[in-house]
Design a protein around this ligand. Structure first.
Ligand code: ME8
Length: 659
């Protein structure tokens, strides 16, 4: 029988520099679907990649004194390394700087120009001369350049435009005739009402003010602008228009474009219109998923330095808990189509409750009992009993139900179907109480059946879990002598009774050790707070250096006269508890004593200070520092991290005025 094809894509990612767990979401979801479809017998092509052109990249590279590609390459490598850790099974990682993509985009641009769907006109926008950037009205901040805050002026730039407006009726028909085209359905009305009905404007598709882009080959002053460069990746990756277009012929139209909700508009209006203009079929389905939120915000690259103790770096989460745990969280916790919330606590509870408790305990209890009661040899199912049918039914139907959920693109629901079986099997242990059966020799046959049924339930659930969490099921199945690397399809999951009685069953070590949530959260909080403090310190240091380098403003003699400086003698010195920096000094001014907290602990020992003459700012407002009331400040000289106390060059009586 010929295999059915399935083509699935993620959006291509902007390599702006900071990959967070939000960026992993789309790709992990696509990977689970791609793996599930492969094991369901489909010939799958799974595409992901990076969107590398445009003004932002050009500017960021310039800021770092690099060429755009020098700036992008390590960021793309970083993304590929994360995909490797997460086991993303893509068939191609496309970069919009790949030669075949560039050629394809140029060809598409020319074809559309020759057909009259792209035409030359003028783009009018707000221009910031120092930034050499065009902005739309909406992008301006208080009417000024959003980047540098300077004045902008209206300017015209020669541009090519795509006749999007021409396709309004065909797009409306696309939505009306194909209720499956855009999902969740809730997003359809927004596209029709807010965009098509509101009137589609022709789209600016080239720029002369940006250099980092694909040149329009028949008019090289222009580079292709944003969406007509990015969207065609879905067909350039398959060799559309190239000498060998066999992949395109096989896989187009795409079965599923998975995108975040903010870019649904581009995938369901602009992209189909471009395809219509090229006389190509439109994608079968576009799915607009929600965002992963941290504290209510979309976790974004530009807000990367927001103070938060949540772990957001996928590398760090994988290092602490493993890639299966991160994949499981992303696939299970976020209600599909809606926004979901990430906190360290939610992640840890998910790991504990589903992976360590439900799945982990089922496997360790079952394999331990087979070892304890049957010497590690799988018994035969010879004595059926109460509860068996229910368990067996759920096991046999788990694949069908999960598969239906995958076809609805509801990944959490698919996982829920598999965990229904895991939950049922755990309940079956409580109902059949194997430890009580084991006490009675006459119940050995029943005990054997119970353990066999549990082993089969584990085999089926672990096999079904492979697309979602590719590592743990391999270890689980190995305990039952199954080499999961060779398990390339779901052929065995709808039959109950595949495991042969008499095989050896290993006692499975806990796959997901239980996490002490309270302890772990405290450790993460401490670590993150320390990290933020270090960062703050570094920023402060940088700011201080700038201040030192900058000239202080000129003051008058009257300004200076406001500062009262006096010679003082250090009488006592002690460290301030709980502070790394402060020493508590008692100073004599001759006729009075003062207590001062001074941040010089890193540079002086107490014994070096007692008896020393210092200069005190004696009319400084009192301040409480780490519980010490500081009544003034002693003067120090500082350069390049070296700090030295200022003293009179000859001995002077305490209380002498310094001026
Ligand atoms: O939009 N939660 O690239 P991109 C969930 N280059 N998904 C998130 C997320 C979050 N916190 N943050 C980002 C682009 N994403 C274009 C696409 S396609 C021809 C061009 C998702 O790097 C986001 O929703 O800004 C999108 O689906 C993907 O990451 C890439 O976003």
């Amino acid at each position: 029988m010929e295999k059915k094809n399935f083509y699935i894509t993620t959006p291509i990612y902007y390599p702006s520099g900071n990959w967070h767990i939000g960026t992993c979401y789309t790709t992990v979801v696509c990977d689970a679907i791609a793996r599930f479809k492969r094991m369901s017998g489909y010939d799958v092509f799974f595409l992901t990649g990076t969107d590398e052109h445009g003004q932002k990249i050009e500017e960021k590279a310039k800021e770092q004194g690099k060429t755009p590609i020098e700036f992008i390459d390590p960021i793309v490598d970083g993304l590929k390394a994360i995909w490797a850790k997460l086991g993303i099974s893509y068939d191609r990682f496309i970069r919009t700087t790949d030669a075949d993509h560039i050629k394809c985009v140029q060809k598409i641009f020319k074809t559309l120009y020759e057909k009259g769907d792209i035409y030359k006109s003028e783009y009018e926008g707000w221009y910031c001369t120092p930034c050499e950037s065009f902005w739309t009205e909406g992008q301006l901040k208080d009417g000024k350049c959003p980047d540098c805050g300077r004045e902008v002026h209206l300017e015209k730039e020669e541009s090519y435009f795509f006749r999007l407006s021409k396709y309004a009726d065909r797009l409306r028909k696309l939505f009306n005739d194909n209720p499956e085209f855009l999902q969740p359905k809730s997003r359809v009305n927004e596209m029709i009402n807010n965009f098509i009905d509101a009137g589609l404007q022709d789209l600016c598709v080239s720029r002369t003010s940006i250099k980092w882009g694909i040149p329009v080959d028949f008019d090289p002053n222009h580079v292709v602008y944003v969406w007509v460069d990015a969207l065609p990746n879905y067909i350039s990756a398959l060799g559309y228009g190239a000498e060998d277009s066999s992949l395109f012929d096989k896989f187009w139209p795409c079965d599923l474009h998975m995108t975040g909700k903010e870019i649904v508009r581009f995938h369901t209006l602009i992209w189909p219109a471009i395809l219509m203009a090229l006389d190509l079929p439109v994608p079968k389905r576009v799915y607009g998923h929600g965002w992963l939120l941290i504290g209510g915000d979309k976790l974004s690259k530009s807000k990367g330095d927001k103070i938060s103790t949540e772990l957001t770096d996928p590398n760090e989460i994988i290092e602490r808990y493993g890639s299966d745990a991160l994949r499981y969280f992303l696939l299970r916790e976020i209600p599909f189509g809606n926004d979901g919330i990430y906190t360290n606590e939610i992640l840890l509870h998910r790991i504990n409750s589903d992976l360590a408790n439900d799945l982990g305990n089922l496997v360790s209890r079952t394999t331990a009992m087979i070892n304890q009661y049957f010497g590690g040899i799988l018994p035969s199912p010879i004595e059926a009993g109460e509860f068996d049918d229910d368990l067996i039914n759920i096991a046999k139907n788990a694949y069908k139900n999960a598969s239906l959920a995958i076809d609805e693109i509801n990944v959490p629901k698919a996982l829920g179907e598999i965990f229904k079986l895991i939950g049922r099997a755990n309940k079956y242990i409580d109902e059949t109480t194997p430890w009580i059966l084991a006490k009675d020799e006459s119940k050995k046959a029943r005990l054997g059946t119970v353990l066999y049924n549990l082993a089969e339930s584990i085999r089926i659930s672990a096999t079904l879990l492979l697309p979602f969490i590719p590592n743990a099921p391999v270890k689980i199945l190995k305990c039952f002598g199954i080499d999961a690397e060779k398990l390339l399809n779901f052929d065995s999951v709808e039959t109950f009774g595949v495991l042969k009685a008499g095989i050896s069953v290993e006692k499975c070590a806990p796959i997901f050790p239980r996490i002490d949530v309270k302890k772990e959260l405290k450790e993460i909080d401490d670590m993150m707070i320390k990290r933020h403090k270090e960062k703050e310190k570094e920023l402060k240091k940088m700011a201080n250096n700038t201040v030192i380098e900058e000239k202080a403003p000129e003051i008058t003699i009257d300004d200076f006269a406001k500062v009262e400086l006096k010679v003082a003698k250090v009488l006592t010195c002690e460290e301030v508890k709980g502070s790394k920096k402060l020493l508590k000094l008692t100073l004599s001014l001759g006729d009075e004593e003062r207590t001062v907290a001074s941040g010089i602990k890193e540079y002086y020992k107490c014994e070096d200070l007692v008896g020393k003459k210092v200069v005190l700012v004696s009319n400084l407002k009192k301040a409480k520092l780490c519980g010490v009331e500081s009544q003034g400040m002693i003067l120090c000289a500082e350069k390049d991290g070296k700090v030295v106390i200022v003293s009179p060059s000859q001995d002077m009586p305490e209380g002498s005025i310094v001026r």
